[in-house]
Each structure stands twice: as C-alpha cells, then as structure tokens.
Ligand binder design. Structure first.
Ligand code: GDP
Length: 618
C-alpha cells in the first residue's frame, strides 16, 4: 500500500498529489533536500524514518514524480507505476506545463486516471505473486467456445499482462496501457487532443529497470585495523627530538613569513587567508570541448543528418549523447582525485537530470553537461550550516560554558598540527583556549602537544589570547580526560576546549568504540574530521566508517556525526582538489579549513568557487 504519490516541479512545487495517509517527518522534503538538491539522485531508493521513496524525472518538463511507501513493504510494481504515471501525466498535460515560465495548469482530472493505473498494477502484481489460476475466460480454450468467440478480442481495460517477470517495465506495455487508460478517461475516445506519445526512453529514471551499467565497486585500499610497527614509527612524529624540531620550524616560519598572516576584518576579527589554487587563465578548455564534441559526433553519427539535427534545435538529450561527455567528465574528476565511487554517482545524477531535456539551437551537449555539473558541484559544496565558529563560541560564552571542538581522524593525517593551527587562529581572536591531550595511546602525543602549547604561548605577543594544556598522561580513558578538561575549562573561564584524540584506523573496532564513547560522554559542539587532501578512494571508507561508528556505538537515540572537515597537506596536491568534493559529498558537511603547510600560519579558507573551477579545469 502506498502512502503518497506526488508530482513536483524541480523547484519543489507540488503540481498534483495523492496522499493515502498523512505523512510524518516530511519524507518528501527530506528527499528534495538530501537527494535531489545534493545530487544524490543517481541512487535508487531514499529511506527516511519508516518510509522508502523512489522517484523518476521528466526532464523535458522539469518534473519529478515521487512515490512514498512503508519501507518494510516489498512492492514490486513501484518502478512500473512511476514510469506509467509519468508517461500518462506527460502525455495528458504536457501542453499545460511551461516550466521555464513557471506556468502550470489544473491537474485535478489526473486523480481518476491515477487511481485506475494504481488499481490495475496492484491487481496485476498481486495476481502474479499469488499465481492465481487464470480465469477460464482468459484461456485460449475460452476463445474456441461459442461465448468466447463472441467476446471482444480486445477490451479497453488496463492490460494486466501475464508476464512472469513482475519487475520488468515494458515500454510497449506501458504505451498500450496508457492508450487504454486514455480511452477510458475520454468519453470522446482517442481523438481528444489528437496527440500521441511515442515510446520514450525510459533511461531517464535512476529507478528504471532497463538494463544499466552496474555501478562498479570501489577498489578499496585494505587496512587491517592494526598498524605495523614500522608504519607506527613512521607516523609517530612526536617522539624524541622529532616533534621539537618540527615545532621549532613552525615557530621560525611564523616569524619569517609574515606574508602568510591573515588579516583583520572590519569587525576586528582575524581571518585566515583564502587558498589560491586557480590560475589567472580562466578560459574554457578548448581542447576538452573539442574532444567532447568529437566524441559526441562519433557516437551520434556525423554528416548532414547531425548538422540538420543541430540546427533544428529539437534534439533531445539521450543516454547515448550524454554518456561520452559524462565519461570524459568523470575521468577528469577522477584525475583530480575525486573518489571513483563519488564521480560515478555524481555523473549518474547529472545524467538523470538531463535525459529527455531539449537542446536549444546550436547548444552543445558538452556545454549543457558542464553547466549542469557546475551547478551540481556548487550545490554540494555550499555549506548548509554556518561556518562561523567564532559566533558559536560567543554564544557558548553567553551560556557560561566553554565551546568544545573534537578533532578526529586516522593516524598521521595532521590532527595535532592542525589543532594547533586552529588554536593559533583562536588566539589571534583573543580566545582563552584549553588543549585537552586525549591521545593517550600514541607515545609522544602528549609531549607533542606540550611543545605546541609552549610555541603558541611564545608566539602570542599581543591580544588577550591564552593557551594551556590539559594532560593526564597515557593509557587512561580518553573520554574521562576530556570530561575533566571540560569541567576544568568551565571552572577557569576558558572559552574553548580543543580535544586532540588518538588517530585510529576506521576498521579498528575497539578504538572506534572508544571514540564514540568520548563523543557521547562529552557531546562536543563540533566534531571535526581531519583528513588528508591526498586521500583518494579511501576517503569514502574512512568517513563512512567514522560516521557509522559514532552512530552505531553511541547507544544514543540521536547519535552525533561528523560536523565538518579540515583537509590537510593541501600544499602537496597542486590542483587535485577532489578529496574536498568526496568528503563533502559523503558527509554533507562543510570544510572549515585547509592545512597548507607545517607552520601555524598554514591554515586557510577554501572557497567553493575555487574547488569548482579547479575540478572542471583540465
Ligand atoms: P596526527 O597524527 O594526525 O596528529 O598528525 P600530526 O599532526 O602529528 O602530523 C603528521 C605530519 O604531517 C607532521 O609531520 C606534520 O608536520 C605534517 N602536516 C600536518 N599538516 C600538514 C599540512 O597541512 N601540510 C604539510 N605539508 N604537512 C602537514
């Protein structure tokens, strides 16, 4: 049994809907926000609370057809229902939809048509499932009887095909059924409106059951959850004189390179610099455009016919015309270090939003795909929450409590170093900061932070900033140390607590449980995932498993998740900024800063436009 069927425009406006019950928790709104806007529509089904939602696009009219039902139900007719309703709706109302001008008609006559489609499909699929014996009237034998020979060969009811494959959405069958429905709906018969809809390409839906390329599985780097001794040593940057030398470099560099200092804005707030990763030469890459166009021509046929097609301005984008362009774009993204799985999903999503759309005169598929990809990237990367940590700190201050940030991530990515850079930024803004040394696991971790705190104090020549280290040595429960640190900070009027945690591999369950405990016991204001900008496909695994651990091991009804990221070692990647996209796509959370080197000044802002331009540049 369905809960809702709704037809929306791509701006989320409901044009027609049939609700079978009142829905709680806004599943359709969640679908729009989390899937359609965030370019995750390449996926098959979206689950929200107890609901499952499926959808299909009619890009030629900028419409989305959505069906919602209880996820425990196995409804085999959903894909067919979506396709059939879409076809019927378009066929009946396409003249009343002027999407680009926001002009729509009255779709209430669709109520009746929809009910008939649904009823027929429910009957068809329930009879298929139950394998109900056919009525005598439906058998060949009946045709040879006197009564049977007098019966009409074809009635106009919706055909409940006897196909055995209940999941197959057959184009011809849908067209046949739509014709039958139109005959039923119109007392004047098929002449009404005079328009007939030819079979359409059903690939426009991610839910389509037409055979599609199977999404390739990500080749994951294997981590066994344990770090070999050699690796551990390599990751241990704090032991012996190592941490001192690195950290002394940071102090020296700070004095030497004032060009890296941020600036104070009009409100007197110290802001870090923006990353500069885009060349001045911002021209569209002609070579790429030419390549793409050539590929298109090869796939869709060259010569007079395609020339004529191109000037008629009536070309509809199909999977065949889009695939080569998207394949080139996908390669480009993977070259920029976007995880393959994410590049796949994103291209699939852009494809599903373009199939069926008409190209204007002289408009090239490559240009349309590029524009569509650009706006998709902007939507994904634009932060959905405020990035203003300083304002949040002020808010916590007014509540007479310290603001708590926890830094998490795998080993050696730069958690302690970048925590210290964040501390430097806070000190420049006169904050009183307590660093909590909660990596009680790796030898040298506490000493490393001690050196950072000492350096930061030494650099703090002006303003009211204060930094102190809260440490309890090794081998103790890090959740307890964090709790004590927060209590201490509250009692001593610290504005901010920065919690350093032990690096851990995402598959190491005991350590992930400990992290989840630290988070659920202390409920920090922000959980910042620190990840390397160099990471490729591995980012998906890391973020998914960290988020899952925070959820699964918390024992809380409303578990926490990663609130944002710091991307480190950005100075080592040239323009291969793909990790920024991968991480934002996976978490839906923003990148607060990027680390661009080993000094306290090497913390920068990453602008959305920078990432987008960089990703789309060959
Ligand atoms: P943790 O184990 O995650 O705490 O990592 P550390 O903070 O100890 O950093 C590991 C290494 O990465 C150190 O050598 C840092 O100097 C280096 N590192 C951290 N951030 C950056 C960065 O943004 N750029 C570069 N080039 N190196 C960095």
């Amino acid at each position: 049994m369905l809960d809702l069927f709704t037809v929306l425009n791509k701006g989320g406006l409901v044009l027609w809907q049939h609700a079978f019950t009142s829905l709680s928790g806004g599943p359709v709104e969640a679908l729009i926000k989390n899937v359609l806007i965030e370019e995750r529509s390449g996926t098959d089904t979206y689950f929200k609370d107890t609901y499952a939602l499926k959808w299909t696009f009619a890009n030629e009219l900028d419409l989305v057809f959505v069906v919602a039902y209880q996820k425990i139900l196995q409804l085999s007719y959903i894909d067919e229902l979506l396709e059939t309703v879409k076809r019927l709706f378009i066929d009946t109302f396409k003249d009343t939809v002027v999407a680009d001008q926001g002009i729509y008609g009255d779709y209430s006559p669709f109520d009746d048509m929809f009910s008939k489609v649904l009823l027929s499909l429910e009957q068809k699929h329930s009879s298929n499932r139950a394998r109900v014996p056919r009525k005598f009237e439906d058998t060949k034998k009946f045709g040879s009887t006197l009564k049977g020979s007098q019966a009409p060969a074809n009635n106009t009811s919706f055909s409940a095909s006897t196909t055995t494959s209940v999941l197959t959405v057959d184009d011809d069958e849908i067209t046949k059924n739509i014709k039958a429905l139109k005959l039923q709906a119109s007392p004047r018969g098929p002449g009404k409106g005079g328009r007939k809809q030819g079979p359409r390409n059903t690939n426009s839906t991610p839910n389509s059951t037409t055979p599609e390329k199977k999404k390739s599985q990500k080749q994951m780097r294997t981590w066994d959850g344990q770090i070999a001794k050699g690796e551990m040593e390599a990751l241990d940057y704090s032991g012996g004189g190592n941490s001192d030398s690195v950290d002394q470099d940071m102090v020296k560099a700070q004095h030497l390179d004032e060009s890296k200092l941020g600036t104070k804005n009009q409100q007197g707030i110290y802001e870090v610099q923006d990353v500069d990763i885009v060349d001045d030469d911002d021209e569209v890459d002609d070579k790429d455009e030419t390549d793409i166009t050539q590929q298109q021509q090869q796939s869709s046929g060259t010569g007079v016919f395609s020339f004529l097609k191109s000037i008629t301005g009536q070309r509809e984008m199909t999977a065949d015309t889009l695939d080569p362009v998207l394949a080139t774009m996908k390669d480009m993204m993977i070259n920029k270090n976007v995880a393959k799985e994410i590049a796949d999903r994103l291209c699939e999503s852009v494809k599903s939003s373009l199939i069926g759309k008409k190209l204007g005169s002289f408009e090239r598929v490559s240009a349309v795909v590029r524009t569509s990809m650009e706006s998709a990237l902007k939507r994904i990367l634009t932060p959905k929450t405020s990035l203003d940590i300083l304002r949040d700190i002020e808010q916590a201050k007014s509540e007479k409590r310290p603001y708590v940030i926890t830094f998490i991530g795998v080993n050696g990515v730069g958690k302690s170093t970048n925590l210290s850079k964040v501390c430097f930024w806070l000190l420049q803004n006169n904050a009183k900061v307590l660093i909590a040394a909660c990596d009680t696991f790796r030898s040298g971790a506490v000493e490393q932070l001690r050196v950072h705190a000492r350096n930061l104090r030494a650099l703090q020549t002006s303003g009211g900033g204060v930094v102190e280290l809260f440490e309890r040595g090794y081998g103790k429960d890090s959740a307890g140390i964090a709790k004590d640190a927060i209590t201490y900070a509250g009692a001593n009027n610290f504005d901010v607590v920065l919690i350093d945690t032990a690096g851990r591999m995402q598959d190491n369950e005991p350590l992930m449980r400990a992290l989840s405990k630290l988070v659920s016991v202390n409920n920090p204001d922000k959980i910042i995932f620190v990840g390397e900008a160099l990471v490729g496909n591995e980012a998906v695994d890391q973020l998914t498993k960290f988020n899952n651990a925070l959820k699964d091991f918390s024992g809380l009804q409303n578990p926490r998740h990663i609130d944002g990221m710091i991307l480190t070692k950005f100075d080592t990647i040239d323009d291969k900024v793909g990790a920024a996209l991968t991480m934002t796509y996976i978490t839906g959370q923003p990148i607060y800063f990027v680390g661009c080197g080993q000094t306290y000044l090497d913390l920068k802002n990453l602008r959305v436009s920078h990432i987008v331009q960089s990703l789309l540049r060959n």
